[in-house]
Design a protein. Structure first.
Lengths: 137, 138, 150
């Protein structure tokens, strides 16, 4: 059975980056469908929820962090799982300087433009991860 | 030299869960409390940062009272807070709160609709009420 | 590490001031090392403006006046004009910031340094700077102001 790709955002509430990462992942899941690409609660992984642990351990993991604190990546690695790819939302902003989200949760049009670009970048990462044979069990 | 400003604030720790729509609801409700309802009395603690070992987040939770806001009965925020900093003063579970008040959860985890505002308001008011109780009773 | 800094905690944020540096009220610091002056921004500034996404700094060889413009720093929230607290000629710019400008956020007094300058008149310029003990209460006052704005 082909491995899934599990996308894990940091989902922080203090900065717009958290919401952007989350929204990009939701956009991608709608494109791909949840049989191929999915997400789960980072916090569930950290309380050692068995189903969540199995999902993460057994599949390809891409983390999407808001900033250099890299919470999603660190939290996953803390469970003993090496992430397959680690992205930072701020890197999308760096390539699109004129676009600034309007709020922390209500991103507005410029914020959602960044979200869409991040989703496209994520899509490339997912396809690369699957294309390198990591998709096969 | 370590000094602290003396005002007591309450740390609000939402689960921010991605998997279900109640996780999205926790984010909006908590931001409403932080930005509108109790801006001078509350601080949000970022759960992923908290879990990853950030000393600022963990020390705050050890020093000041906290309220955890979980989307579902898994109680990730509550359990993490108990493990890392001690028992929260109040633990809210959004799915249970909505059921008690006969409110439907949002349909989408990605976007909340206008009709979901009632649920956001309910959760936010509940958090604000708990903040007031903590500050009144010490 | 605890002996190197003056600290104050507000809410969940710990604001730090390096004891052996000198400070300018425009939230930059200066530290003499082997005849050069290392320049950076304060912990208070980086916390206030957020994660640094873009940084434009003068090149090595550029001449700066005391309190003259020394580039810009941009975050998702705001754009900040940087000044040099010391006049002189830039000897070296922190190349590590090209790839990772967020070093300014994670280590503002260490790896997040901006540039090193050959000072024109260090003895004269440093009279305009504040030691840590003098800067610290000014920073605290700014913190209170920021919090009151909320």
């Amino acid at each position: 059975m082909r491995k899934k790709v599990v996308l894990l955002p940091c989902s922080g509430i203090g900065k717009a980056y958290g919401e952007m990462g989350r929204q990009a992942i939701y956009e991608l899941i709608e494109d791909f469908g949840t049989e191929e690409v999915t997400t789960t609660c980072l916090a569930r992984l950290m309380i050692e929820d068995p189903d969540t642990k199995d999902l993460v351990q057994g599949n390809t993991v891409i983390t999407v962090d808001g900033c250099a604190k890299d919470c999603a990546r660190k939290n996953v690695e803390f469970t003993g799982k090496a992430v397959d790819r680690a992205l930072r939302v701020i890197d999308i902003f760096k390539d699109n300087r004129a676009l600034k989200p309007e709020g922390i949760l209500k991103l507005g049009e410029p914020g959602f433009k960044l979200v869409h670009m991040l989703a496209q970048k994520l899509k490339e990462e997912v396809e690369q991860a699957r294309g390198k044979g990591k998709g096969d069990a | 030299m370590l000094d602290q400003f003396k005002q007591v604030k309450v740390g609000v720790i939402p689960c921010n869960g991605e998997e279900i729509c109640e996780g999205t609801l926790t984010r909006f409700a908590c931001r409403k409390v932080l930005d509108l309802l109790r801006p001078h009395d509350t601080v949000t603690l970022c759960l992923p940062l908290f879990i990853s070992g950030d000393k600022g987040e963990q020390n705050f939770a050890k020093t000041f009272p906290t309220i955890t806001v979980d989307g579902c009965e898994k109680r990730c925020s509550q359990k993490s807070t108990e493990r890392l900093s001690g028992r929260p003063r109040h633990a809210i579970v959004v799915s249970e709160l909505l059921k008690e008040r006969s409110l439907q959860p949002p349909r989408s985890r990605r976007t909340l609709e206008e009709k979901d505002q009632a649920a956001i308001d309910l959760v936010a008011e509940e958090i604000a009420k708990k903040v007031d109780e903590i500050l009144k009773n010490g | 590490m605890g002996n190197d800094f003056l600290e104050v905690t507000h809410d969940k944020f710990v604001f730090r001031v390096r004891k052996d540096y000198l400070y300018h009220p425009e939230e930059c610091w200066a530290k003499e090392e082997n005849g050069l002056i290392i320049i950076g921004v304060t912990d208070f500034l980086q916390k206030t403006v957020g994660d640094v996404a873009f940084l434009e700094l003068p090149e090595a060889g550029a001449e700066l006046a005391r309190e003259g413009e020394a580039g810009t720093m941009e975050t998702i929230k705001t754009s900040v004009m940087l000044i040099s607290p010391v006049g002189g000629i830039i000897k070296e710019v922190n190349g590590g910031l090209d790839e990772n400008p967020q070093l300014i956020n994670t280590d503002p007094y260490g790896e997040g340094w901006l540039f090193k300058i050959v000072p024109g008149d260090w003895e004269g310029d440093k009279k305009f700077l504040l030691d840590a003990q003098t800067y610290f209460p000014k920073m605290e006052a700014k913190i209170r102001e920021e919090m009151a704005k909320k």
